[in-house]
Design a binder for this molecule. Structure first.
Ligand SMILES: [Zn+2]
Length: 81
């Protein structure tokens, strides 16, 4: 079992692999109704829904390193401005 890093639910990654097919774009993909996955930073992460995947994609560090992301909302201003 894999853990959905966003909501913490268990995801059966073996089942997801079994159901993988090809998307309209020709990419290998799993059935989004059963769950989904995302390759990030050298490994696969599994999600129980597209919603969780979208949240993860928006800010992966927030879920992979909770507490480590204390960066300011906007980048520091450039000196030469
Ligand atoms: Zn989830």
């Amino acid at each position: 079992m894999a853990i959905d890093p966003v909501c913490g639910k268990e995801v059966d990654e073996a089942k997801l692999r079994e159901q993988s097919g090809t998307t309209a774009y020709g990419a290998k993909e799993v059935d989004p109704t059963a769950g989904t996955r995302r390759f990030h930073n050298g490994k696969w992460y599994y999600f129980d829904s597209m919603e969780c995947r979208s949240k993860f994609m928006a800010s992966p560090d927030r879920y992979l390193n909770p507490g480590a992301v204390q960066a300011p909302a906007r980048p520091a201003r450039r000196q030469e401005e």
